[in-house]
Design a protein around this ligand. Sequence first.
Ligand code: PPE
Length: 316
Amino acid sequence: NRQTHHKLKKVRMPIEPTKSIWMNGDLVPWDEAKIHVLTHTLHYGTGVFEGIRAYETAQGPAIFRLKEHMDRLINSAKILSIPMPYTSEQLQDAAKAVVRDSGLSSCYIRPLAYYGYGEMGLATSNCVVDVAIACWPWGAYLGDDAATKGVRMKISSWVRHDHNIMPPASKTTGNYANSTLAKMEALNAGYDEAVMLNKEGLVAECSGENIFVCRNGKIMTPPFVSGALEGITQHTVMSIVRDLGHEVSFEALARSDLYTADEMFVVGTAAEVSAVNSVDDRSVLCPGPITTQVAELYADTVRGKNPKYAHWCEEV
Ligand code: PPE
């Protein structure tokens, strides 16, 4: 009799079980991939994770920018001083093994490194580090409505965590409590996603995406110092935006830049390139011409159809 606690049943991101999950070096059957309830990270949010996608390409399933994601996982752990027991290369091989074993042609991949069972208390010096990598089929991250009509954004009343509170550069599990506060506030108010401002009041990012604003012929995205994650999709999109002949730059943005934007889109591994429909009920052109171009080229690039970046698609 497990219960969901909320009336917002329209937002559903179910997990579809696949064959196995990689845990500390072994492929464990899905239903046996369990942890103890006294696992350290479950209590203190001291883990680090990644979100990666594999896509169907002409050569078979391929993981997009696998190396960059695993390198970022290693850096996330380094920021938290978590001694990572595997190298980036070992983690890349493990991710490929999980995807191969699943038999899926496309999927979402979730690596997670966490302090395991055996110690309690805030000191982590004697904690064991466990690593798991799962994959499953995952659809439109911002909902089917958002995919067709564009995302309705709300500026969050929750402030984005800061470099000296919880470093945004690390994909730390505990950081996402801040994202969940913002996401649920936005959903409860009838919006699809939250834009988060930093403690100076500048635009940082969304609860699970980086943001791009097109205004007066310029395409801009907040810099990492504003509190944005160093997004891999953001990097991919900046590359393809330049290839399309547009200029793009990191700029500090105020909320009024969003209200007066010509067009806007949010990007992330899960969300891919999603058009923004409005911010705090101020509508923006949706989908705008640049958004459409970028979304199409991104969709091709992740599927190995952009020769310049075919090397970003890592066959499993
Ligand atoms: N900012 C945040 C806060 C973030 O969580 C993500 C990824 C991004 C930016 C974009 O990063 P990148 O994937 O490298 O382009 N969010 C993950 C979803 C989080 C979730 O579990 O939900 C993702 O897209 O996988």
